[in-house]
Design a protein around this ligand. Structure first.
Ligand code: NAD
Length: 352
């Protein structure tokens, strides 16, 4: 059977679902790979690299399995044959997929259990986002990250605060620290304090805990939220860069940085809001833009991983490969819905 790799059509999407390195491994596992010409172009992976790895160029939509990064557009769904296995970040609107009679496997629905770690695309892409968030902070800050002692004088290190110390937050902390900033991490899950310290950051304890299910945070009650915002208003003063990554699955992102907090920050400081896609953690964020408010730059990038397309694609492709290995046995599709991972990741199923 063949795996098709279309060219991503979403504006600004530079990632590709399979990279040449992974094509070689899939070929060895008995799969053919059909790549749409130009599919790797955004990540600067040329067609001939794919061919060299054993792929053929052609129509990916005719394949039994189609692998994507972003959710398919209505046009793309139209091109899928009934019974096709479609893999990608499929998003919440799965109605159209089920009408098209395809087996949809959503990368974001892969359960976050140890056995599925190699398929965890949310984590791999969050690492990229966290790394880039730290760099965005450095780029927009009117000051240095590291302490510098020069003939022209000494500058103190920048103070970076990360709100939400999950996968992206920890990567942002580690990256900012490598660039010489003094780092502090905060989360409502106290168990991450240890991880925050392990990347050389201080732990900010505001005395509010909100442990949810499956390793995630739960939403705060109205009272807790008001108290958190009050304490954060005081805490953010004095930080040069505040990076926010707080999410609660299936809900609008919580507001952690209010307009008042921004007003209290020193001129030239930066807020990098990674929750722009789900409404933002900063009250003044404009998703997809960098704006200056009260002399503070507020950056709320969308689809940050697409900004580092080579490694983001490479990690994503490894996640897809691991899932394919679970769905294919000796070159044949074998969908075992009694497997916890297969069952959870499958968001639409062909009526048999
Ligand atoms: P996420 O992107 O959903 O959220 C980011 C962070 O924001 C989380 O740490 C969350 O606790 C925090 N947050 C939510 N509301 C907040 C608030 N009001 N104030 C402050 N912080 C808030 O989460 P994620 O990074 O994708 O994953 C979170 C956790 O899931 C990981 O740290 C880990 O424990 C677990 N996980 C487990 C596995 C695995 O076992 N295979 C894989 C990945 C993640």
């Amino acid at each position: 059977i063949a795996v098709g790799v279309p060219r991503e059509s979403a504006p600004g999407e530079r990632r590709v679902a399979l990279v040449p390195k992974v094509v070689g491994r899939l070929r060895a596992a008995g799969l053919d790979v059909v790549v749409e010409p130009g599919a790797g172009g955004g990540a600067l992976m040329s067609d001939w690299l794919y061919e060299e790895a054993g792929a053929t160029l052609g129509d990916p939509w005719a394949c039994e399995i189609v692998v994507k990064v972003a959710a398919p557009t209505p046009d793309e769904i139209h091109r899928l044959k009934p019974g096709t296995v479609l893999i990608g970040f499929l998003g919440t609107d799965v109605e159209a997929l089920s009408t098209a009679d395809v087996h949809g496997f959503a990368m974001e629905a892969i359960p976050r259990i140890s056995r599925a770690q190699s398929m965890d695309a949310l984590s791999s892409q969050s690492s990229v986002a966290g790394y880039l968030a730290a760099l965005l902070g450095a780029q927009h800050l009117t000051r240095f990250y590291p302490m510098l002692t020069t003939a022209a004088g000494t500058v103190p290190p920048a103070k970076v605060l990360v709100l939400g110390a999950g996968v992206a937050g920890l990567q942002a902390l580690a990256t900012a620290r490598r660039l010489g900033a003094q780092t502090t991490g905060y989360d409502v899950r106290p168990e991450v304090a240890e991880q925050v310290r392990s990347v050389g950051a201080k732990w900010l304890d505001l005395g509010i805990e909100a442990i949810g299910e499956g390793g995630y945070a739960r939403a705060l009650t109205d009272e807790e939220r008001a108290e958190q915002v009050r304490r954060l208003n005081e805490a953010v003063i004095g930080y040069d860069v505040v990076i926010t990554t707080a999410q609660v699955p299936g809900r609008k992102a919580p507001v952690l940085v209010t307009g008042d907090s921004v007003t209290a920050m020193r001129a030239g400081s930066v807020v990098v809001d990674l929750a722009g896609e789900s409404g933002g953690n900063c009250e003044l964020s404009v998703p997809g833009e960098a704006v200056v408010r009260h002399d503070v730059t507020i950056v709320a990038p969308l689809n940050l991983p697409a900004g580092m397309p080579e490694h983001a694609s490479e990690l994503y492709a490894r996640n897809v490969q691991a899932l394919l290995e679970l769905l294919v046995d000796q070159g044949k599709l074998r969908l075992d819905f009694s497997d916890e991972i297969v069952a959870a990741a499958c968001v639409t199923r062909k009526e048999s």
